[in-house]
Design a protein. Structure first.
Length: 233
């Protein structure tokens, strides 16, 4: 079950990504020219998406993949081109509609079904692989663990997700960000140490059998994110 803090933050994210910043995200996820700062974010996100895709099998025929927090669906389309049946879920109706438009005819041998909703909704069924790129970085570690626990119960092979790695630079950056007027801010990310996440996962009884394996950090200007692979053994 999700917590009150998860639901509250989810509401903030829905407002931000579907209203406040939807035009900026539409441009960021396209080939349109962007500012120098946003160019570093675009490059970082492209690199992270490529890293996560490299951890998925090259042949996904007959496999179900959840793209949790799919945004405009770039990762979902690439997974579908490998033959996967991809369920792409996001809280922003505007971004989901844009993803559907961009994905039309681009998914190769697989298929992408886009949905507006909660990525943790069990109604989406079971999966072979789950990918959550930058969809959990705004949540407290306890809520991240609850999310992973819920996803693990419905996943057969691997969960790939990113988190905001705790560092002196990132903490200083967040402190400066608090000086921005509240109405102009994006929802704050919640940095967490990799060791903390590994300890939470390893110590959670219902995630027995799941093990952290590979990890990879991408730092590109104003974009810093770290991926962690959990594998069922």
């Amino acid at each position: 079950m999700t917590s009150a803090s998860y639901q509250a933050r989810r509401g903030e994210l829905e407002t931000y990504f579907d209203r406040t910043a939807v035009k900026a995200w539409e441009r960021l996820t396209s080939d349109a020219p962007v500012s120098g700062i946003r160019a570093t974010v675009r490059a970082g996100r492209d690199a992270m998406r490529g890293q996560l895709l490299s951890w998925l099998p090259p042949d996904l025929r007959g496999k179900r993949v959840l793209d949790a927090g799919c945004g405009t669906g770039a990762l979902a389309v690439e997974a579908a081109r490998r033959g996967a049946e991809v369920v792409a879920v996001d809280i922003s109706p505007t971004l989901v509609a844009l993803g559907q438009e961009r994905a039309a005819g681009q998914h190769g041998a697989g298929h992408v079904s886009f949905h507006v909703g909660d990525m943790l909704d069990p109604a989406f069924g079971r999966f072979d692989h789950v990918v959550g790129m930058d969809c959990l970085i705004h949540y407290k570690p306890a809520d991240v663990l609850r999310a992973l626990d819920g996803l693990a119960a419905r996943t057969e092979r691997s969960i790939l997700f990113t988190f905001a790695p705790r560092s002196a630079f990132l903490m200083a950056f967040l402190t400066v960000g608090r000086l921005v007027p509240r109405g102009d801010r994006s929802p704050a990310i919640v940095p967490v140490a990799e060791a903390t996440l590994r300890r939470l996962v390893s110590g959670h009884p219902t995630m027995a059998g799941w093990h952290p394996v590979r990890t990879h950090r991408v730092a590109s200007g104003f974009y810093t994110s770290q991926a962690l692979e959990l594998v069922r053994r």
